[in-house]
Each structure stands twice: as C-alpha cells, then as structure tokens.
Design a protein around this ligand. Structure first.
Ligand code: PGA
Length: 254
C-alpha cells in the first residue's frame, strides 16, 4: 500500500504570529478528525520552522517540511539556508523544483538535482515538483516535458535513494489559478510518471512511490482528484492557509 500524503505549501504567506496561530489550529484538528492513514506535511516559511517543530514534536500524523534549501553544504552564501540547517530544526521533507523557484529564481534541472542530493544526504525526504506550462500542454508536449524533468532530476539516484522521493505533479497552469487539472488529466499524467519510474527502477519501486497532485486543490475537488488510482494525495497552496479547508482536503485523501 502506497502512503497517502497531503502537504501544505504556505509559500511566502503568514507573519510570525499568524503562522503559529494557523498551525495551532491545524495540528489538533488533524489529530482529532483524521483517522485514516494519511501523512500530513506542513511546509511553512523558514521563520516558523523552529516553533513549528516544537509544536509538532512527537506528532505521528503531522510532519515538518521546508519550501527550499541551498545546494551547498555551508559557507559564504549570504541569505541561503542549507539542508543541514533544516535537518537541525526537525525538518523531514523539503520541496524541491517548485515551478515558482524555476520561474522566479531561474532554477534549472542541474541546480534542482544538486538540491535533491543535499536533502537526501541529510536524511530528509524530497518532494520533487514537476509539471508543464499551458503552452507546453497546448502544443501536446506535456508528457515529453515531464519525462525530461523526471529523468534529469531522479534517474541518477540509486534505488534506495529514489524511494525517499515524493513526486508532486503540478501543472504550472493550475497553480494558484483556480483551474485544477481534471481527474482524467491528473490520472493520465500520474500513471505516465509511474510508468517512467517502473522502466527505470522496476515495478516494486514504481508501486511504492507516492505521486501527489498540486494545482488549485480545494475541499470541493480534492475527493475526485484523490480517488484516481495513481493520485496519492496532494500538494496544497492557497487552500492550506485556511485551517478548515486544509483539514477537509486531508480528510478527502483518507
Ligand atoms: P495552489 O498551489 O494550491 O495555490 O494552486 C499549489 C502549489 O504551488 O504547490
């Protein structure tokens, strides 16, 4: 049985107090209301990580994620945060390759691969984001694009290491737009990604790896997306900033 996962990506939202408030609302609700075997990951801005890890300490359903890290171990990289730093405050998962990082920070496949290695080196798991733009989908190149992203970021990993990766399929045109992929579109791409993993790493690993969907997931569409056989949960942006909405999305994965 593959692990069902719902991850919150708060992006550059919340201040210190509002973030802690949001977390203090979400964590007990997950404990009380979510009975099924869904793993919940919350990736708040860096300023929250230490307090969040205190708040989640020992929680067996909710885990701490980070939205980014740098690819060097340490040194003169003003403003950057290393994987070792994240691990030292209790981070277990790091989002890598998000389309906003590719777009606004020019992160290419080479940078992203180095970041994945740092995350794994420090015994955390990577949430690797991939997905096509609208132009690429309209040109019917979406599978080709996603295949290239998966190959460059993941095919160099060993079998042991690739099992520490959660893949997030996030079509760029669906992120923050209110236009989610249809369950059919999501299922088609997730099954395709799984077939790529199978070809490279074998059937067992392809059956075990969690592939989650991101892009305008809401309480209204979560159930239909998560019911697809190859969709193992979601990566949630906007709707993760409202405790009640996020918790109902988590419940939809159960
Ligand atoms: P969204 O963002 O849910 O606001 O579309 C998803 C993401 O970027 O991870």
């Amino acid at each position: 049985m593959r692990q069902k996962i719902v991850a919150a990506n708060w992006k550059m939202n919340t201040h210190y107090m509002s973030g802690i408030k949001l977390l203090s609302e979400i964590v007990p609700m997950i404990g009380d209301e979510v009975t099924a075997d869904v793993k919940v990951i919350i990736a708040p801005p860096f300023i929250h990580l230490y307090s969040a890890s205190q708040l989640m300490n020992g929680n067996r359903k909710v885990f701490l994620g980070a939205q980014n890290c740098f690819y060097e171990e340490k040194g003169p990289y003003t403003g950057e945060i290393s994987a070792a730093m994240l691990a030292s405050v209790g981070v277990k998962y790091v989002i890598v390759g998000h389309s906003e990082r590719r777009k606004f920070f020019n992160e290419d496949d080479a940078i992203i691969s180095k970041k994945i290695l740092q995350v794994l080196e420090h015994n955390m798991q990577g949430i690797y984001c991939c997905g096509e733009t609208l132009e690429q989908r309209e040109a019917r190149k979406h599978k080709e694009i996603v295949a290239k992203q998966i190959e460059t970021a993941l095919f160099g990993l060993s079998k042991e290491r690739v099992q520490k990766i959660i893949i997030a399929y996030e079509p760029v045109w669906a992120i923050g737009t209110g236009v989610n992929a249809t369950p059919e579109q999501a299922q088609e791409m997730h099954a395709y990604i799984r077939s790529l993993i199978e070809k490279k790493f074998g059937e067992n690993i392809s059956k075990e790896i969690s592939i989650i969907y991101g892009g305008s997931v809401t309480p209204n569409n979560a159930k239909s997306l998560f019911s697809c056989p190859d969709v193992d949960g979601g990566l949630v942006g906007g709707a993760s900033l409202i405790a009640r909405d996020f918790v109902s999305i988590v419940k939809a994965a159960g």
